[in-house]
Design a protein around this ligand. Structure first.
Ligand code: BGC
Length: 433
């Protein structure tokens, strides 16, 4: 069966984002920022205060970092050496789900199981030393309300997490209880930050001219330093970092796949922007569009991942062997070369739309910071698998920056801050003590 050509063209055009649409999105994003600065409740973004500003780059000492927020948890023991340098002393990483063995994030999992697992990883990193005092920075990558740097209450799970008993709770209280259950009283959590904040801290520790931090991975979100906010409970320089929680940005043009996926997601109506751009969701949209092309509308291709999309896009073989293999193994279909090409084009269209929309949100922040004046030279620090590894993403960010900023695009680039969500937690701990 060959795909219906008209249907295919219609699907592709639904995933396109023109320069005009991007400009509109960037403007709306900036508008929502301005509304949120006056009253966060009136903005679709949560604009959460982090109680931390920028580091000096000279923070020093040994700190633990707990990086929790995606499919893997990491605990790292860092030595911060100042002048932007740091060393990893010890490091453990474990997935939160191992099929057939355990699942700490699905329905039916509990806070106690999840935090006991985290305490065990911390114990591994301190090698069972229950005497030496360790200060711990915690990167907790979900929307959390804070009234100082160390207390963060989870507002709502995102990224399809569903563990019972964590929403509405202060996460470091849950962590402390778990540490206690394990007999660890010498690890002292002193800071909780979002992963975007961690990326900004980590990049600003090493470079000047960084004001924005972003995660472009399983989930998506961005933070920036807002110079007008100073709080006596905050630490660091230059104002306060605001975690926008822009995954929840709403003023967009969702297509029918975006809308249909949202309806059947864990949290309908929430995280509409994230559901259009991040790795956790791009493969869902891809699967839904493919099901339509294969005329299997009600089928859900559970096994399809963003990694498959990346392999599909990268296949340069003449017969698109890899694409054929994925289509066979993950969705149980065989397709002719013409259709394999279309499948590759569809994956690319979804990724390109994502990169372009994410860029529009960065431009909204850049405009806001410039406040009608000249755009400062700056790097937007980004971490995450989609940014780092998905083909087409970085070049399309660059292209969209040029479309939206014109000549000023020369002053702006995105830089990869690999591992920033771990290092940032250690820096936050150093800033807190
Ligand atoms: C969360 C953010 C987080 C982002 C990237 C989103 O789902 O709401 O807090 O920064 O994912 O991990």
């Amino acid at each position: 069966m060959a795909f219906d050509e008209m249907k295919f063209q219609e699907v592709i055009s639904e995933f396109s984002a023109t320069t005009e649409m991007l400009r509109e999105t960037a403007k709306n994003f900036q508008k929502d920022l301005q509304i949120g600065l006056k009253d966060p409740k009136s903005s679709s973004m949560r604009m959460l205060k982090s109680y931390v500003g920028l580091p000096t780059g000279n923070e020093k000492g040994e700190f633990l970092a707990l990086d929790f927020g995606g499919t893997n948890v990491r605990v790292i023991r860092y030595s911060l050496e100042g002048e932007g340098h740091s060393k990893i002393i010890r490091h453990v990483a474990e997935p939160l789900i191992v099929a057939g063995k355990y699942d700490y994030v699905g329905k039916g999992s509990t806070a106690e199981q999840m935090f006991d697992f985290l305490a065990k990883l911390i114990d591994d990193v301190i090698e069972g030393d229950h005497e030496t005092k360790f200060y711990l920075g915690h990167t907790f990558s979900f929307p959390s309300e804070q009234d100082d740097l160390n207390n963060a209450k989870l507002i709502i799970w995102t990224k399809e997490f569903a563990t019972a008993g964590v929403e509405g709770k202060v996460v470091n209280d849950l962590l402390l209880e778990a540490l206690k259950r394990r007999g660890i009283e010498n690890v002292v959590p002193v800071a909780v930050i979002n992963d975007t904040v961690a990326v900004l801290l980590s990049a600003a520790y090493k470079h000047s001219d960084v004001y924005t931090g972003s995660i472009y991975a399983t989930g998506h979100n961005t933070c920036y330093i807002e110079e007008s906010i100073h709080d006596p409970k905050g630490v660091g320089k230059g104002g306060m970092i605001l975690n926008l929680e822009c995954g929840n940005f709403m003023n967009l043009n969702p297509n029918r796949f975006d809308m249909a996926f949202d309806r059947k997601s864990e949290k309908p109506g929430e995280q509409r922007f994230e559901k259009m751009v991040s790795g956790r969701y791009m493969c869902e949209l891809f699967g839904m569009a493919l099901a339509e092309l294969f005329e299997e509308e009600n089928k859900h291709y559970d096994d399809l991942t963003a990694v498959d999309m990346s392999m599909i896009i990268s296949d340069v073989s003449e017969d698109l062997r890899k694409v054929a293999e994925i289509v066979k193994n993950k969705i149980g279909q065989t397709a002719e070369l013409e259709d394999l090409k279309k499948i590759q084009e569809l994956a690319a269209a979804i990724v390109i739309r994502s990169a372009r929309l994410v860029t529009a949100s960065y431009v909204g922040i850049i405009w806001q910071r410039a406040n009608g004046g000249e755009i400062q030279p700056q790097h937007v620090a980004v971490d995450g698998s989609v940014y780092e590894k998905m083909p087409l993403v970085q070049e399309n960010i660059k292209k969209a920056l040029e479309e939206l900023l014109g000549k000023d695009a020369e002053k702006v680039d995105t830089i990869l801050d690999n591992g920033g969500s771990g290092l940032g937690a250690a820096i936050a701990a150093a800033m807190a003590v």
